[in-house]
Design a protein around this ligand. Structure first.
Ligand code: ADE
Length: 417
């Protein structure tokens, strides 16, 4: 029988992808528990789900969980360089899923894939970066609701909500405690270092490592860079966060000053032009630049090109820019999320919680589709704490519970002693 061909790079990679998906699944016990429950109850029976996510082994396990819930799914990549081609192929070949994703897709292919998801007339959306939700808005396309995975996407959607232009309810999965405290902090922290090391094979000990942005991702990255023996400088625009970075023991300064010292620079701000022309010109010869924010706008790449006399690829995902002033600057991963371009993204152990929130929130939206308003919602606290409890259980960790006396003490105001 002819199998339908979707936009994947090479179907012969599928058996490799299958094994990798199983490896990830071993470290996703919470999602496995939820999948088991979904398989019995089928809470998304017959529902069409459109997904725009990094196509990784962890995402594959989320997609299989939604399939077990009875949903039919179409999946596109949320970044042109993050797709694990063997995973995309395995989802098509072994699970008969509709996947439109290949590593290295161009801008046209990226939007073609999103179009294909919309052509499927999804009733629920899962997004990472808000490109799919944004497309649905441009086309006036109504769905029951959507979930958003990442900080950048949530920022975009809150802006839309503030202007009163949101056309359906969205749950900000990023803002669950069981998401950002682990995925953003420890996931980004570790996987960004992993991406830089796989791309460069450099020694981090004693290097000056500049982290731009001290949100949850930046906090994790600074922590892990210090753990590898680097001397870490943090740049920030928010005075409270800057102070926190200082008290956490990092050097804090503006980018203009940091460029004189840095050996490695990583942007994790969610904003644009964090490192720009005036900075490139003052950098040390051989400086290495990478980005771990969602979009490739944090480093001004057109600006870097305009200052350069030559560019060449010197290793996979390492581009050398020779400036007119004779210095060389190395840009990793074309300025895209380095943890997903040259490494494999956040480890399964943290994605287990992020994607369990995703699965439970989609069911929550579907169940409450007639009640929810057109606004950005937080993850219901009962979902967040359920995910935490399940994770603790799988880790074999017992915690205390409040005694009736303690509960009473907490809910009364008279008794001080
Ligand atoms: N975002 C960061 N890491 C990821 C992963 N491993 N899978 C899906 N999305 C991610």
């Amino acid at each position: 029988m002819m199998r339908k061909e979707y936009m994947v790079k090479d179907i012969s990679l599928a058996s490799e992808g299958k094994k990798r998906m199983e490896w990830a699944e071993n470290s996703m016990p919470v999602l496995r528990t939820i999948r088991k429950e979904f398989k019995k109850k089928k809470p998304l029976k017959g529902v069409r789900v459109g997904a725009c996510l990094h196509v990784t082994t962890e995402t594959a396990n989320l997609i299989l969980t939604l399939k077990a819930a009875g949903a039919s799914i179409r999946l596109a990549a949320s970044n042109p360089l993050s797709t694990q081609d063997e995973v995309a192929s395995a989802l098509v070949k072994y699970h008969n899923l509709e996947v439109f994703a290949k590593k290295g897709e161009n801008n046209k292919e990226y939007y073609y894939a999103l179009d294909k998801v919309m052509e499927f007339s999804p009733q629920l959306l899962i997004d990472d970066g808000a490109d799919l939700i944004s497309l649905a808005h441009c086309r006036n396309f109504k769905v029951f609701g959507a979930t958003e995975e990442t900080t950048t996407g949530v920022i975009r959607l809150r802006a839309l909500d503030k202007q009163g232009k949101l056309k359906f309810p969205v749950v900000a999965v990023n803002d669950a405690y069981t998401k950002y405290l682990f995925d953003n902090r420890y996931g980004t922290g570790q996987s960004t270092i992993d991406g830089i090391l796989r791309a460069t094979n450099m020694l981090l000990a004693a290097k000056v490592f500049v982290v731009a942005g001290y949100g949850w991702c930046g906090r994790g990255l600074a922590l892990r860079a210090r753990g590898m023996g680097a001397k870490v400088i943090v740049t920030e625009v928010n005075p409270v966060r800057a102070l926190e970075a200082y008290m956490d023991g990092f050097q804090v300064m503006d980018m203009k000053s940091a460029v004189k010292y840095g050996d490695v620079f990583v942007t994790v701000t969610g904003n644009k032009s964090i490192i720009r022309k005036e900075h490139f010109l003052k950098m040390k010869d051989g400086a290495i630049l990478a980005n771990a924010g969602h979009f490739n706008v944090e480093i001004d790449i057109p600006g870097l090109k305009s200052l350069s006399v030559t560019t060449r690829r010197v290793r996979p995902w390492v581009d050398e820019y020779k400036l007119k002033n004779g210095k060389k600057i190395y840009l990793l991963g074309e300025g895209r999320l380095i943890n997903l371009v040259s490494a494999e993204g956040h480890p399964s152990q943290v994605m287990d919680m992020s994607f369990s929130n995703q699965a439970l929130c989609l069911v929550h939206i579907y169940k409450n589709r007639n009640k929810l308003e057109k606004k950005v919602y937080s993850v219901p606290p009962e979902i967040d704490s359920r995910v935490a409890r399940l994770k603790l259980k799988t880790l074999n960790i017992k915690i205390d519970t409040l005694t009736p006396e303690q509960k009473k003490y907490l809910s009364s105001w008279e008794e001080g002693t």
